[in-house]
Design a protein around this ligand. Structure first.
Ligand SMILES: *[C@@H]1O[C@H](CO)[C@@H](O)[C@H](O)[C@H]1NC(C)=O
Ligand SMILES: *[C@@H]1O[C@H](CO)[C@@H](O)[C@H](O)[C@H]1NC(C)=O
Ligand SMILES: *[C@@H]1O[C@H](CO)[C@@H](O)[C@H](O)[C@H]1NC(C)=O
Ligand SMILES: *[C@@H]1O[C@H](CO)[C@@H](O)[C@H](O)[C@H]1NC(C)=O
Ligand SMILES: *[C@@H]1O[C@H](CO)[C@@H](O)[C@H](O)[C@H]1NC(C)=O
Ligand SMILES: *[C@@H]1O[C@H](CO)[C@@H](O)[C@H](O)[C@H]1NC(C)=O
Ligand SMILES: *[C@@H]1O[C@H](CO)[C@@H](O)[C@H](O)[C@H]1NC(C)=O
Ligand SMILES: *[C@@H]1O[C@H](CO)[C@@H](O)[C@H](O)[C@H]1NC(C)=O
Ligand SMILES: *[C@@H]1O[C@H](CO)[C@@H](O)[C@H](O)[C@H]1NC(C)=O
Ligand SMILES: *[C@@H]1O[C@H](CO)[C@@H](O)[C@H](O)[C@H]1NC(C)=O
Ligand SMILES: *[C@@H]1O[C@H](CO)[C@@H](O)[C@H](O)[C@H]1NC(C)=O
Ligand SMILES: *[C@@H]1O[C@H](CO)[C@@H](O)[C@H](O)[C@H]1NC(C)=O
Length: 814
């Protein structure tokens, strides 16, 4: 019998053909469609400012280690070092921990190595500017792999596992050194109160310099985190000729402690190979220098493991996760993990008719939503627990709107684990986080948005091993307990760490007042949805609470001022004093008066926040004057040159009031569904998708925010949009002719778009084969057992949505 070759499929029996297809399907290398630089630049080519602030380097889905280069700031007023990698900075190190997509002062950039060709003067190992290196040519990166070439001729290649990294240096002829400066971290701009700092540590050389262990402790960063400690174990493929530890006085300008004015950066004092260097009582800077003879091999590799628990665990990760010294073995296993655990769950046509730009947007977006949060299960140094442990919710304010709903269907196992981890944080530390990083809650930008995440999971039926009695109790803490004031210089008025800082007003007045609190409008809006979230979970867990929280969820109506006029529209959210009167003096809802912590609204103007009431669109439309006015008011959001508020890097290049580069507006383009004008939702949202999301370095409109931006695009490409805290999805219009997605417990969601090449307006929809006239559906329709959504598309807008409008389950009148 002839063995048929794959490809000669006409010779295969149908059963065998099926098997071959299955094998082939499993073998598609989807990782090739990921552009790891999507979001790496902003509107000014070659600069990170206004861009995605993404991490570029080696990582696993939700992994602890994110291995990549750290760089200097070309200009502090436009610097964004948050992901470590920047297009224009000079390389200061390869380090093991990073965030992706965050704004504000950087966090992490920890446990470094820096390869050097000389350590002679003027190089000072305690002064990165004396040895940092420009790069030559373009960096290259693919899933699980990164490569750069330094000006001094050293090539760096790297990859990562979940808790470790492998770095391969190719040195030019001559001296070869690797510096480990434990006091290295990604700095904030000078004077930034939220910058992070090195606190101390220890480094011990082992095995005649072939290995080293120790720990470093760091404090601060955007979330004002307490000190936390990272343990490490590093080893080299080739024993160095010499290895020395060093120490030096810490002159980093940590507020109130050190200052450079005391005489500048000192020179290191060397120890020797048997040394253990410790930071001691004055938190000295410490590190080690490993040097190889000029004759030694040009290729030197290093494997480094990290742990939040111990050096032993850090060492065990290297042993269990990177058994080979071949870089490509780790790259290969990273690619397999991403393909298997992430990319292969979404299948679209990849044949000659496929729009490969869209295919790359799809798989790149899937990549970027899986970099954070970090699954630190087994890595909890704070308390004993059998529950999973997660960090780097950075932040829920960004990802509650549609990222977590994606995890719900796409990564149910991870998602259940995340929620258990969140509840365990509440159980042992008192509050659910809104942001969390470095084992520390903070900051809270608006409401307590873990409430929304938990409610979203709850109403969609996620149970598993989640203890919902405790889940609901955690949410009740947010709703009932005023968090103690952390006196954060960013906003001294109330806690920025956790909970609802303005809860006192909320409980007493039913809204957040302008005279007693900051961010009065945006916090009222967010607390309203938070309490709706409580009512949703109370419905199952404590029915006697449900009515109370539903009533509280209408709090936004108390700050709706029907007399405020702007751009010919009447009725807006407005600042209100605690005595119950509105402040009408000079209020203009097109402005937020700097849009930060002390403003009326956070990162968005009241015009935008006045649309963000997903639980009671019915009342909102009524307040705005009915469907027609609502329609034209929404239209105005999309008019160019209407924005007057300068949003800085949060609004780069955007002149409409709607700013899809910032999360509060994520649902706004879809709101036409609530007046049965679905065609306009399609037109508006698709317009934003095409205009602002590109398979390019400037590929997302502003910070990717831990993948929040990418998740918005993912839903847009699927042609559906989730209404957070409700088991409801709005129907839009898909970007692919055919898409199969493995969801839930190995179910299949299939979304087809017949006629897509003619146009993207919906002509008709069938769900599970049934004609559909509503422009929305419920979770159980296709998301629990799988199902099909068949779109018939065409070039003409059509009023096909004649069924009932999407629900307003929080409908209330105050
Ligand atoms: C990078 O280093 C080069 C050469 O030392 C220097 O001219 C340049 O200003 C540095 N750039 C940054 C962003 O630090
Ligand atoms: C740094 O950037 C700011 C803001 O764009 C600009 O005004 C300033 O001139 C830049 N400084 C340097 C030294 O290029
Ligand atoms: C590098 O040196 C500069 C100047 O001393 C300092 O501001 C920065 O924190 C150092 N570290 C890094 C990683 O850039
Ligand atoms: C490792 O993989 C990369 C990309 O897959 C390839 O370019 C390179 O040649 C490989 N290197 C070795 C040593 O196999
Ligand atoms: C989706 O699944 C269906 C049913 O198994 C199959 O016929 C179709 O080819 C698949 N489409 C894609 C793009 O994988
Ligand atoms: C490519 O895939 C699409 C969608 O599955 C299908 O309709 C089309 O016939 C395929 N084209 C080719 C050339 O195979
Ligand atoms: C692919 O889709 C993009 C939108 O993402 C569109 O701009 C482009 O024209 C399409 N390309 C082709 C060849 O149709
Ligand atoms: C859930 O948590 C509550 C409160 O801590 C506890 O009494 C209960 O036994 C837990 N339920 C389960 C199934 O573990
Ligand atoms: C408001 O209405 C006036 C009078 O009809 C008109 O001149 C003006 O252009 C309108 N403004 C906007 C923003 O539409
Ligand atoms: C309410 O408080 C504001 C600000 O303190 C004050 O200007 C206003 O007169 C007060 N109104 C009433 C009715 O007390
Ligand atoms: C009322 O609002 C205006 C404009 O926003 C502001 O300048 C003023 O301080 C506010 N009045 C009070 C009493 O807070
Ligand atoms: C998922 O289902 C497919 C067929 O529907 C089956 O081939 C595959 O083994 C299942 N995978 C798991 C992990 O259960």
């Amino acid at each position: 019998m002839r063995v048929p070759k794959i490809g000669a499929s006409h010779q295969l029996a149908p059963l065998l053909l099926g098997m071959v297809k299955t094998i082939l399907a499993a073998q598609v290398d989807y990782s090739q469609y990921v552009n790891p630089f999507m979001g790496s630049e902003g509107p000014f080519p070659g600069q990170g400012y206004g861009g995605g602030d993404i991490f570029v380097g080696g990582a696993r889905p939700f992994g602890v280690a994110k291995v990549g280069i750290d760089t200097t700031a070309a200009n502090w007023s436009t610097a964004v070092l948050n992901g470590g990698w920047t297009p224009d900075g000079n390389v200061t190190a390869v380090s093991m921990m990073h965030e992706s997509g965050t704004g504000g002062a950087p966090k992490y950039g920890l446990i470094p190595q820096m390869p050097l060709t000389s350590v002679d003067s003027p190089v000072n190992l305690l002064d990165n500017l004396t040895y940092s290196q420009p790069r030559v040519g373009n960096d290259s990166a693919s899933v699980g792999y990164f490569k750069t070439l330094l000006q001094n001729g050293i090539q760096i290649e790297l990859s990562a596992t979940r808790h470790a990294g492998i770095i391969q240096y190719s040195f030019p002829d001559g001296e070869k050194h690797v510096l480990v400066d434990l006091s290295h971290y990604l700095p904030g701009s000078p004077g930034d109160a939220n910058g992070q700092f090195y606190v101390g540590g220890e480094i011990q050389i082992e095995d005649s310099g072939k290995a080293y262990t120790g720990y470093g402790t760091y404090v601060g960063g955007w979330n004002n985190g307490a000190p936390f400690t990272v343990y490490f174990y590093g080893e080299f493929s080739t024993a160095p000729g010499t290895a020395r530890t060093f120490t030096g006085t810490n002159t980093d300008p940590m507020p109130r402690y050190q200052t450079l004015a005391n005489g500048g950066i000192v020179q290191p004092t060397y120890g020797n190979v048997s040394d253990k260097a410790t930071s001691g009582p004055m938190n000295d800077r410490i590190g080690a220098l490993f040097s190889w003879d000029s004759e030694s091999t040009s290729q030197i590799s290093s494997r480094v493991g990290i742990s939040l628990i111990s050096t032993e665990k850090a060492r065990s990760y290297v042993e269990s996760e990177i058994s080979s010294w071949k870089l490509n073995d780790t790259v290969q296993s990273a690619v397999e993990e991403w393909n298997q655990g992430v990319f292969s769950k979404t299948r679209v046509p990849l044949n000659s008719t496929a729009n490969m730009t869209n295919v790359r947007l799809l798989y790149s977006s899937l990549y970027f939503i899986h970099l954070m949060p970090s699954d630190r299960t087994g890595e909890n140094p704070l308390w004993q627990s059998d529950e999973p442990f997660w960090d780097d919710f950075y932040t829920l304010w960004d990802i509650f709107r549609c990222t977590v709903s994606f995890y719900h269907i796409y990564q149910p196992t991870y998602y259940e684990s995340m929620i258990r981890g969140l509840i365990d944080i509440w159980k042992h530390q008192g509050f659910l986080p809104d942001g969390r990083s470095g084992n520390w809650n903070g900051l809270v930008q608006g409401g307590s948005n873990a409430d929304n995440m938990l409610a979203d999971a709850y109403v969609k039926g996620l149970r598993g091993a989640i203890n919902w009695t405790e889940g609901y109790a955690a949410m009740r803490t947010d709703a009932e307990v005023i968090p103690y004031n952390t006196y954060d210089p960013t906003d001294l008025s109330a806690s920025t760490k956790e909970g609802r800082g303005a809860l006192g007003d909320w409980l007493e007045l039913g809204y957040v007042s302008q005279d007693r609190n900051t961010r009065c409008i945006s916090r009222t809006v967010e607390y309203s949805l938070n309490d709706f979230a409580l009512s949703q979970v109370a419905n199952g867990e404590k029915p006697s609470d449900q009515e109370k929280y539903l009533n509280r969820s209408a709090g936004w109506q108390r700050i709706w001022n029907p007399d405020v006029q702007s751009l010919n529209f009447t009725g807006f959210l407005a600042p209100k004093f605690s005595n119950g009167t509105f402040n009408n003096t000079g209020y203009d809802p097109r402005y937020c008066y700097d849009c930060e912590w002390l403003a009326y609204t956070y990162e968005g103007v009241p015009w935008e926040y006045s649309f963000v009431i997903p639980h009671d669109m019915e009342t909102l439309i009524d307040f705005m004057g009915g469907a027609d006015t609502f329609d034209s008011r929404l239209d105005l959001m999309f008019e160019p040159d209407m924005s007057v508020q300068n949003l800085g890097s949060n609004g780069a290049g955007i002149t409409t009031i709607i700013n899809i580069g910032n999360e509060p507006d994520f649902a706004t383009p879809y709101l036409y569904n609530y007046i049965n004008k679905q065609a306009k939702s399609v037109q508006r949202s698709r317009g934003l998708g095409y205009q602002y999301f590109k398979d390019e370095a400037y590929g997302v409109p502003g910070n990717s925010d831990a993948g929040a931006m990418n998740s918005w695009l993912l839903w847009q490409m699927l042609g559906i949009y989730p209404v957070v805290t409700q088991p409801v999805y709005l129907l839009v219009s898909p970007w692919f002719p055919d898409l199969n997605m493995t969801i839930g417990n190995n179910q299949t969601l299939r979304i087809t778009a017949n006629g897509l090449d003619e146009g993207y307006y919906v002509q008709s929809v069938k769900i599970n084969g049934q004609a559909w006239t509503k422009n929305w559906f419920e979770h159980e329709d296709v998301m629990t057992q799988g199902g099909t959504i068949e779109f018939e598309l065409g070039p003409e807008a059509k009023a096909w949505d004649t069924g009932s409008v999407p629900p307003s389950p929080g409908h209330r009148t105050v």
